[in-house]
Design a protein around this ligand. Structure first.
Ligand SMILES: [Cu+2]
Length: 143
């Protein structure tokens, strides 16, 4: 009986497929994957919210205008990874993802510049990702 000879590319291919599977699983099956929606009436003043087991404060510094940079800040004690992205409801506004970096006080910050919407809409949603926990906040940019 002939021995079954496996092609030499089979093992590396299996490893790659397995690794891709792990990445996809991590991305889509994170704990608390349902985003928490919160209305923050005054983003420049900041808002505080309980996100799972953590008290999180967030806000912006500067003016909420398109094409002009403003700063997003997040206070999330002991957070490891904080990211922000911006979207419009029912509209693809393109890929934008900002990684917030902690300042010496441990407040996560990033400078953000929003594009102009081709339809003239000004309603945005900020999506904060804090260690895989998502927080969504609608806001409207100034004219
Ligand atoms: Cu738009």
């Amino acid at each position: 009986m002939a021995t079954l000879k496996l092609p030499h590319w089979l093992f590396p291919t299996l490893v790659i497929v397995l690794m891709a599977g792990v990445v996809v699983t991590n991305r889509y099956l994170q704990p608390g994957q349902a985003p928490l929606s919160i209305t923050c009436a005054d983003l420049p003043n900041g808002c505080t919210v309980r996100l799972d087991d953590r008290e999180v404060a967030f806000g912006i510094q500067g003016e909420l205008k398109v094409l002009a940079p403003f700063e997003v800040w997040v206070k999330a004690p002991e957070a490891k990874a904080v990211q922000a992205s911006f979207a419009m409801k029912d509209m693809d506004m393109g890929f934008n993802l900002y990684t917030l970096r902690p300042d010496p006080q441990g407040i996560f910050r990033a400078h953000v510049t929003l594009p102009v919407c081709v339809t003239g809409r000004r309603d945005w949603v900020m999506i904060l990702d804090i260690d895989g926990h998502k927080l969504m906040t609608p806001f409207v940019t100034q004219m």
